[in-house]
Design a protein around this ligand. Structure first.
Ligand code: 5GP
Ligand code: ZN
Length: 115
């Protein structure tokens, strides 16, 4: 997608601190971290958000979760970690390319509090 921030990051047109990459996904450090580890995992295929996940493309979500689990281990997040996918404006989604926040490195509180 020409005008999508995360598509530009995937293409290298906007710099990012890469953490992980494979044929399905790209992962990079969030520019405004809310936890000691705050990494964004994005599918290389542009999907606007979780609302676009369907039987046609849902395999990529499993691939992304495999990558998340691998990176969480590499980062030593043995005490626990959280994955967040905001969908839509009411949930606070600001970049409309599907992404999963991996958060860890501090106690995260319960449910949606303080994430
Ligand atoms: P959302 O609010 O859509 O769930 O998450 C978007 C995330 O993208 C935010 O946590 C924000 O800090 C991050 N972000 C926005 N612009 C950039 C950028 O240019 N580079 C990086 N690395 N992260 C960004
Ligand atoms: Zn995109």
């Amino acid at each position: 997608m020409d005008n999508c921030l995360f598509c530009k990051i995937i293409r290298g047109e906007i710099p990012s601190k890469k953490v992980y990459e494979d044929e399905y996904c790209y992962a990079f450090e969030d520019i405004a971290p809310v936890a000691p580890t705050h990494i964004l995992f994005v599918p290389k295929e542009h999907l606007s958000g979780a609302c676009e996940i369907s039987s046609e493309n849902s395999a990529v979500v499993g691939k992304i979760y495999e990558a998340i689990a691998k990176v969480a281990k590499q980062k030593g997040l043995d005490g626990g970690w959280r994955v967040v996918a905001n969908n839509g404006a009411d949930a606070g989604q600001t970049v409309f390319h599907l992404h999963f926040h991996l958060l860890g490195g501090r106690p995260l509180g319960v449910m949606c509090d303080n994430i």
